[in-house]
Design a protein around this ligand. Structure first.
Ligand code: SF4
Ligand code: SF4
Length: 459
């Protein structure tokens, strides 16, 4: 049996993954995967940070074990594509292992490439895969189709059909249906204005990235960002032609579609950046900002300018002095009290993929009378992980449970988090336990606190 510390041979010209690597794409990916896995020194310091390892106790379901599987297949020492695919898709992609790793292993990048290489062997059967691919390729990134689907779901909710479906569907489907949040009213799902001028002294001009799911389920979050930025002195442009970032496609192993979507956004934003027309492209969804900042993984140097221009909206606001005095300038926003007990929960794609943890807390603590309460599990994955809670509901529930325990102990009135998937997953989990706590994006609280604020002149 091959052991983890066996000497590593040079990658052979013909590998055990040839069955998968019939396509030139898979062959190229295995070469890149092999090179990237060489950074792992098998120290195991990442193991305890891994939710799937903690849940199963299996080495193959740990970051070290998965890297070993990836490398073994790339080198031709292992030949079990189904196992590699199962573990690659059981992984949450939370990247807590990257934060824990002292060797700088770029786990997220290797995982994306592995999923793309073994996509045909992923669990679930051809019908499920075909439905997932159709939804991701033909519905999610097409605003009209997604809007129509969400409109129909909203109607079904209003007529009580979703509640009925939850009662009559088989348990696995009913569980998935329960994750669907209350769909906002149509007014909240409208397009945002293409241009919003700064209020008070102008500090600059930014573009707002809308995303695909955000406008349909969390239009209020993007709207809050638009209002806060304008109050803080920024002209806000919302380019109409912008599209889905491709993160969900890349997580599902569809790097081709993710790359097409990335290239489309490059055509929209690169000219604005090149002309100096905007200072940054701001994003309210942690999953989207993480994907956009790493576009070079998908489309090489063509994605460099766009990736360099993207910022998480909270990180940007903290840096430019929205709530603190920066370079002798008064804080851009005047904030009214919100006397609420709030827990902030770190989205993996903010804390692990982008290293952003302090900025959201800084913005929240600046709100008078807001009591920011720590809970003991803020950095652990909630189990949402894109569409993971739909594809792996049991593991997602196991991963979520300790977080819900920690939140219940902390007894917040509001749980603040900055990613749509996390917001839905945590809200569904809290509701399932009968908690009255509501979930909000930190920018929504900042918007509430800054109503009436006129940049630089108080209220
Ligand atoms: S990304 Fe998360 S689930 Fe996957 S191996 Fe790393 S820590 Fe474990
Ligand atoms: S911490 Fe890094 S180097 Fe150590 S086993 Fe995990 S991925 Fe490999």
């Amino acid at each position: 049996m091959t052991r983890i510390d066996d000497p590593i041979p040079a990658p052979p010209a013909t590998t055990a993954s040839d069955a998968l690597a019939c396509s030139p794409l898979a062959g190229r990916l295995f070469g890149e995967i092999h090179a990237a896995t060489l950074d792992c020194v098998h120290c195991g310091l990442c193991l305890q940070s891994c939710p799937t390892y903690r849940a199963t106790g299996r080495e193959t379901s740990s970051p070290r074990g998965r890297i070993y599987l990836m490398r073994g297949h790339a080198e031709g020492r292992l030949d079990d594509p189904a196992l590699l695919a199962e573990e690659a898709f059981l992984c949450l992609g939370c990247r807590a292992c990257e934060t824990a790793c002292p060797s700088g292993v770029r786990y997220g990048e290797i995982l994306e490439k592995t999923r793309a290489a073994v996509r045909e062997a992923q669990p679930g059967g051809p019908l499920v895969r075909a439905i997932e691919r159709f939804m991701l390729r033909e519905v999610v990134p097409r605003r009209g189709r997604l809007g129509l689907l969400v409109g129909l779901l909203a109607l079904a909710q209003r007529l009580g059909l979703m509640a009925l479906a939850q009662r009559i569907l088989p348990a696995p489907l009913a569980e998935r249906a329960r994750l669907l949040p209350r769909i906002p009213a149509a007014a909240e799902r409208r397009r945002m204005p293409a241009f919003t001028p700064a209020i008070g002294p102008r500090r600059g001009r930014v573009a707002l990235f809308e995303g695909c799911v955000m406008p349909e389920f969390f239009g209020r979050v993007n709207e809050a960002a638009r209002l806060v930025l304008a109050r803080a002195g920024w002209d806000v442009v919302v380019p109409e032609r912008q599209g889905c970032c491709g993160a969900l496609h890349a997580h599902a192993g569809d790097l081709e579609r993710a790359s097409e979507l990335a290239r489309h956004n490059v055509t929209v934003f690169d000219p604005m950046l090149a002309e100096g027309g905007i200072d940054a492209i701001l994003v309210t969804s942690a999953g989207c900002s993480a994907a956009l900042r790493e576009l070079e993984h998908w489309i090489g140097s063509d994605g460099r300018a766009l990736a360099g221009g993207v910022r998480d909206v909270l990180d940007f606001l903290a840096e430019v002095g929205a709530v603190d005095s920066v370079s002798g300038r008064a804080p851009a926003l005047a904030l009214a009290p919100i006397p609420r007990r709030v827990c902030y929960d770190d989205p993996c794609h903010l804390i692990h993929a982008q290293g952003i943890a302090a900025a959201p807390r800084r913005l929240l603590t600046a709100i008078p009378q807001l009591e920011l309460v720590a809970h003991r599990n803020p950095e652990a994955c909630c189990g949402a992980a894109g569409i993971y809670n739909l594809t792996h509901p049991e593991m997602a529930a196991r991963v979520l449970a300790p977080k819900l325990d920690a939140l219940e102990e902390a007894t917040p009135e509001i749980v603040a988090t900055a990613n749509p998937g996390c917001a839905m997953q945590i809200a569904a989990g809290l509701a399932g336990r009968g908690s009255a706590a509501r979930v909000a994006h930190p920018i929504e609280l900042l918007e509430e606190a800054s109503r009436g604020s006129t940049n630089g002149s108080g209220r």
